[in-house]
Design a protein around this ligand. Structure first.
Ligand code: CA
Length: 232
């Protein structure tokens, strides 16, 4: 990860903004704070941040509108903050181009983990665009730029998290990734005890690959350890 990535924090509640700034600075990020949408748009053009943390409830315009305006200018990662589940439904449903969201209240540690994960994803994409977009293991190919997965020449329709898992596994084929590592890298929740979420997505992913080649064992289970990709 690039040293001292710059974060634009858009949050009108000073006490929350203080906590977030403290946590991000402790993790060596540079932080600019805006307390309104207008201020955020100004700060955005002056500072060119690497990532934006965007509260939805702002005094002058809502976070959705700020997101739309930012998206017209840039595809940098945007992490929404929300206290309300109906807002989260909108984030997920509208696909505004928000990369992630986090519900209030959250722990500063969780937020920092999410910020890092989103920056890492962007940097993977940048690395991909600089020439290593298409990765292959056996019959499986993953294009991390276009996010197209193909298996035995057929395009596989994968969900965001299934893609995330493949993207991590194919980075170092044959290396075994534990469920915890996959959780951190794909879901960015190191404290989560929901190991089963990884197993569930691996299961649906395998089913999709097996619908193309019933005998494929390309995703390997290492009992008690985790998962890897293999070509035999
Ligand atoms: Ca607010």
């Amino acid at each position: 990860m690039k040293a001292n990535a710059r974060i634009l924090l858009v949050e009108d509640e000073p006490s929350i903004a203080d906590n977030i700034q403290y946590a991000l600075k402790a993790a060596s990020f540079e932080v600019d704070w805006s307390a309104s949408g207008q201020e955020a748009l100004r700060a955005f053009s002056n500072q060119t941040p690497d990532l934006v943390i965007l509260d939805i409830g702002l005094p002058d315009m809502d976070g959705f509108e700020v997101c739309r305006k930012l998206r017209a200018l840039s595809d940098l990662p945007i992490l929404f903050l929300s206290a309300r589940s109906d807002e989260i439904d909108r984030v997920v449903g509208l696909e505004l181009g928000a990369d992630d969201y986090i519900c209030k209240p959250f722990s500063p540690r969780e937020l920092v983990a999410r910020v890092k994960a989103n920056l890492r994803r962007t940097q993977l994409t940048v690395a991909a665009e600089s020439g290593q977009a298409l990765k292959k293991v056996g019959q499986l190919s993953v294009d991390v730029t276009s996010r197209i997965v193909q298996f035995s020449g057929e395009t596989v329709d994968v969900t965001r998290y299934e893609f995330g898992i493949l993207e991590v596994l194919i980075e170092h084929p044959k290396r075994v990734y534990s469920r915890e590592e996959l959780l951190v890298k794909v879901w960015s929740e190191p404290d989560s005890s929901a190991d089963r979420v990884v197993d569930t997505h691996i299961k649906t992913l395998r089913a999709k690959l097996k619908s193309i080649d019933a005998n494929t064992e390309i995703i390997k289970t290492h009992r008690g350890i985790g998962y890897s990709l293999g070509d035999c």
